[in-house]
Design a protein around this ligand. Structure first.
Ligand SMILES: C[S@@+](CC[C@H](N)C(=O)[O-])C[C@H]1O[C@@H](n2cnc3c(N)ncnc32)[C@H](O)[C@@H]1O
Length: 252
């Protein structure tokens, strides 16, 4: 058996070498362009509005309009300043109060084009250019310089969750590991498998399906954490593994 494999390899040496070189080049190209195609994948998945999810977001973000700005100038104008971390293509504009000032951060520069196209549709919001930075290293934005911080579907791929949670008011919506193991153990197993084999993190920029950010949020020194565990509506069966979600507001 071993002899015939070795014989086959020596007879096909050039072909095997060529295949290995091609695979190596493809692998290099795929990794070198990962940020770019991930931005496209997110654009592709979010370009069409999904009304059931928009309803959930509408309800979740409704209380943003009740905040009063710490900044006297903005307070006079009855508007607030929001920071969105991990803004991606910019899928939350429709839920921000009119006139708000929006600062956004994302480490992936290839979202810029999609974010800029989306923000053009919302002239009622004063959105700034994307700051290319990680949410866990945001020395350029001082604590207390914004009135509310928003993160949606970000904590699943952040390395230092604790460092992203230093704000006064945090609105979060995140997919999490399955919480009803009696009913949905299959989903929990699939979440573990896709994360463990690296397929999901590879396609979705480090996204871990089986993460639970709640211990970090609850341990981050907020005086009040309102949280709701729910099953998010998803646009197609591929995202069935992302249905268990948490949403809430944490306040210092
Ligand atoms: C799944 S996308 C979600 C995008 C958008 N928030 C949404 O709800 O569609 C995850 C986003 O988090 C960003 N991200 C990944 N690591 C991050 C980090 N350490 N700090 C801030 N954003 C991060 C990614 O670049 C990407 O835009």
């Amino acid at each position: 058996m071993l002899y015939s494999i070795l014989a086959w390899l020596s007879n096909n040496f050039i072909t095997v070498l060529a295949v290995l070189v091609v695979l190596w080049i493809v692998q290099k190209i795929v990794f070198a362009t990962q940020d770019r195609w991930f931005a496209y994948v997110m654009h592709f998945c979010t370009k069409d509005e999904f009304p059931k999810l928009e309803e959930v977001k509408k309800d979740h973000f409704a209380s943003l309009k009740d905040h009063v700005s710490h900044d006297p100038e903005l307070r006079k104008k009855k508007v607030i300043k929001i920071l969105e971390i991990g803004v991606g293509t910019g899928v939350n504009f429709a839920h921000y109060p009119d006139g708000c000032r929006l600062v956004v951060v994302d480490p992936n520069p290839h979202f810029k084009e999609y974010y800029d196209n989306n923000r053009k549709k919302f002239p009622n919001i004063h959105s700034e250019d994307v700051l290319v930075a990680k949410g866990d290293d945001m020395h350029m934005i001082a604590d207390g310089s914004v009135d509310a911080v928003v993160i949606t579907l970000v904590l699943c791929s952040v390395d230092n969750i604790d460092k992203i949670l230093r704000w006064q008011v945090l609105y979060f919506m995140e997919h999490v590991q399955e919480f009803d193991l009696k009913k949905y153990s299959l989903r929990k197993n699939l979440q573990d498998f896709f994360t463990w084999c690296g397929l999901w993190p590879f396609i979705f920029d480090g996204c871990c399906l089986n993460r639970d950010p709640m211990p970090a949020i609850e341990g981050a020194g907020f005086s009040k954490v309102e949280v709701d565990h729910y099953y998010a509506p998803v646009p197609n069966f591929l995202f069935w593994v992302e249905m268990p979600n948490v949403k809430g507001v944490a306040t210092k």
